[in-house]
Design a binder for this molecule. Structure first.
Ligand SMILES: Nc1ncnc2c1ncn2[C@@H]1O[C@H](COP(=O)(O)OP(=O)(O)OP(=O)(O)O)[C@@H](O)[C@H]1O
Length: 306
């Protein structure tokens, strides 16, 4: 049975200017070309879940602008239900302006816009969706107070909540009380707990810290090293697939969406789901770009069968 997943989070249009070199302060230079692509951690995670076969809803905000229309259409193309995306009349759709130089270095400016201005108003019709779903996923690119309220409501419907605390930020204390599974990378885990991730002992101590705050399940992603998991069923490491990475953008987002598409609510199959999710991410890192590099379930299964 396909999993049912809602993602509450950010929607951004990523616009990249390709330049020979970065401009100096006060200088105007010409860009050789410009391209726009759908992005934002929330949108990427929703697309990763949908491409892996989950029935997926998105909860978020866009502006009353062309970027908002572009993003809604991009999500719909991947069969993500967009009826819970609200329109903010005062703020524009979130955008990331990326300058990429001839050496492949980038400079990024993010305008949070409608993502940052989100209020609990976005949840006003969410109850019917919370009644249907297995998982609700959120990140830190939209206000934590809205995520805390959404997690609280979703848990009243028996939903398993997954928090990806990225980008790293101080956490609202009550948020972890409503979080079932927390998935940071090693540096995000350090920002939240103050425990530096160096070995298994430090990861077990971090898991204990999260458990005391209310989150019983911890998964720490460790890039090319793999993932550490600690749940009431046990703990361990699942190594990453060895591949030649060309661009790791959206590796974490692919991992989270793909994982939720395979995970049982009680996390009893976490080790198997981690193999699937990491195979999915290993395909993402072998392609350039964010959303376009996220694989479909068929692609992941074919790679697993190799
Ligand atoms: N170089 C790599 N080779 C193979 N797999 C990788 C590589 N980088 C990432 N992955 C896979 O993706 C998963 C998530 O990556 P990572 O821990 O870097 O998350 P992240 O820091 O949230 O990523 P990002 O912010 O770049 O999207 C890893 O656990 C691993 O399975």
């Amino acid at each position: 049975m396909a999993k049912k997943i809602a993602v509450l989070g950010s929607i951004n249009v990523d616009t990249t200017y390709h330049v020979q070199r970065f401009p100096m302060p006060g200088e105007t230079i010409s860009a050789g070309s410009k391209s726009s692509a759908p992005g934002g951690k929330g949108a990427n995670q929703a697309v990763a879940a949908a491409r892996s076969g989950a029935k997926t809803w998105f909860i978020g905000m866009v502006g009353a602008d062309n970027e908002g229309k572009f993003m809604r259409e991009a999500l719909q193309e991947d069969h993500v239900d967009t009826k819970l995306i609200g329109i903010d009349e005062l703020h524009g759709t979130g955008t990331a302006l990326i300058t990429l130089d001839a050496e492949g270095q980038n400079d990024i400016m993010v305008y949070g816009g409608a993502n940052q201005a989100m209020t609990t108003e976005v949840l006003k019709n969410a109850d019917a969706v919370f009644e249907e779903i297995d998982f609700l996923i959120s990140q830190f690119e939209t206000p934590q107070a809205v995520t805390a309220e959404a997690f609280k409501q979703a848990k009243e419907h028996g939903v398993t909540t997954i928090l990806n605390p990225a980008p790293a930020h101080e956490i609202l204390p009550e948020l972890l009380q409503y979080t079932d599974v927390v998935i940071p990378n090693d540096s995000e885990s350090f920002v939240l707990t103050g425990i530096k991730i160096t070995d298994e002992d430090s990861m077990l101590k971090s898991a204990e810290w999260f458990k005391q705050q209310g989150a019983k399940n911890l998964l720490i992603t460790l890039g090319s090293k793999g993932v550490f998991y600690c749940t009431p069923h046990g703990h361990g490491m699942v190594p990453a697939f060895k591949v030649k990475a060309v661009d790791t953008t959206a590796a974490g987002d692919t991992f989270i969406g793909a994982l939720a598409s395979q995970l049982d609510n009680d996390l009893s199959n976490v080790a198997d789901a981690l193999v699937y999710a990491q195979r999915a991410s290993s395909l993402t890192v072998q392609k350039m770009g964010a959303m376009p590099s996220i694989p479909t379930g068929e692609e992941v299964k074919a790679a697993l069968a190799e």
